[in-house]
Design a protein. Structure first.
Length: 405
């Protein structure tokens, strides 16, 4: 009996938020595949999505350099962050990974209040890239622990945000309820010389029922009352930006695509600095940044395996597995999606081209244990999936023989 065994598999995952980098996820899945088919060709493509690990991935693939820097963290304490100076044909481009300075993993669980956290460290990273001579700065948006509308980053770049009495507001999104005016005279002098692009999920908007306070506030630790206070504060911030920011003309600050990126960082940087808000994969997988042709890698594969921390109703809205599935569907290549958990609405991913999904968990376990055992769980899940794929191939071959007989 002849069994069709995949000869080449592409592993193209995102990282698992607050747990595993995309590189580690890809390596673990590849190891599980090779347990079942030792000689198979496995191509690994950790997908940069703007969140954790983006700067490291792009520094590595372009022959660039990761630049460490101590910055102000999301709760106001110093944290070790980094930005990337890209190499090769991307020379002159800097990648600022906002999560390295203001990510949710940097906010202690007992201090999670998105009305108080700040993006100041993101502005400090941008300033470092400016001082280094970058001609283009890509800000990767994802995995944020903040909802300050980018106010902290703007302050770090020299802006002053004032109340009606002319006093500077304290850090955090909640304080923006009192925002009355902007003083931009102290902005970094090189800001007008560089192109700033935010690689973001354009489905995220600043205000309204689908705004960042209501959609992501609870995930970042806000109570229902805090969510409503933060939503009102971001409404006030949007109004100030719309009437006073130098680049707000023609920009829908409240509901424009990407304005809600990273807790409203998109709105603040677009309206004040003129940053361009662009679909993250359009930016991060563009040939000027990514030296490897992902579409060609997909077309060359018999199977694509992607992964993320949770597959649920949000996955089709611009997440890595959705992007991979859409490209694979165009190439006619089947896709398997692995996830730390399968949440509400997970079956909807079949409509975008993910043929099968599976959780890496086999028994209920505390989140802390799942995070600690993440690599092992991924290897085991990949092995189980490959055995099921081979079983399906065997059944298909048996059926073909029966028909022929």
């Amino acid at each position: 009996m002849s069994i069709h065994t995949p000869q080449r598999i592409l592993v193209a995952p995102s990282g698992f938020k607050e747990s595993l980098s995309a590189e580690v996820v890809a390596s673990a899945i590849a190891a599980g595949i090779r347990r079942v088919i030792p000689g198979i060709q496995v191509d690994e493509y950790p997908v940069p999505d703007g969140g954790e690990g983006t700067a490291a991935v792009l520094a590595g693939t372009t022959g660039g350099e990761l630049m460490p820097l101590m910055v102000t963290g999301p709760v106001g304490e110093a944290v070790a962050a980094h930005w990337a100076r890209l190499g090769g044909r991307a020379s002159g481009t800097a990648v600022v990974e906002m999560a390295s300075a203001a990510g949710l993993r940097l906010v202690p669980r007992d201090r999670r209040d998105p009305g108080r956290t700040t993006t100041a460290g993101v502005g400090e990273l941008i300033a470092a890239a400016l001082d280094d001579g970058a001609s283009r700065i890509i800000v990767g948006c994802g995995d944020s622990g903040t909802s300050d509308g980018g106010a902290g980053a703007l302050r770090a770049l020299g802006a002053r945000i004032l109340d009606a009495e002319g006093r500077e507001l304290p850090a955090g999104g909640a304080a923006l309820a009192r925002a009355a005016s902007l003083d931009l005279r102290g902005l970094h002098p090189r800001l007008g010389e560089v192109e700033i692009v935010l690689a973001c999920n354009v489905h995220n908007v600043l205000c309204g029922p689908g705004g960042v306070a209501r959609v992501f506030g609870p995930q970042k630790g806000a109570t229902p009352a805090q969510v409503e206070d933060l939503a009102a504060a971001l409404d006030a911030w949007a109004a100030l930006l719309q009437r006073s920011a130098p680049h707000a003309a023609g920009l829908d600050v409240r509901g424009g695509p990407g304005t809600g990126a990273s807790g409203g960082l998109g709105a603040g940087l677009a309206a004040v600095l003129g940053a361009r808000l662009a679909p993250r994969f359009e930016v991060l997988l563009h040939p000027s940044v990514a030296p490897v042709d992902l579409n060609a890698m997909i077309a060359a594969a018999d199977l694509v395996i992607t992964a993320e921390g949770a597959i649920d109703f949000q996955t089709p809205k611009g997440k890595v597995p959705a992007e991979i599935a859409l490209r694979a569907r165009n190439a006619g290549v089947p896709v398997l999606g692995l996830a730390g958990s399968l949440g509400a609405g997970a079956p909807a991913v079949h409509d975008i081209g993910i043929d099968a999904i599976a959780s890496i968990l086999t028994v209920p376990m505390p989140l802390e244990d799942a995070v600690e055992q993440g690599e092992v769980l991924l290897r085991d899940a990949a092995e189980r999936s490959m055995r099921l794929i081979l079983l399906g191939s065997a059944l298909s071959a048996r059926g073909a023989l029966a028909v022929a007989a």
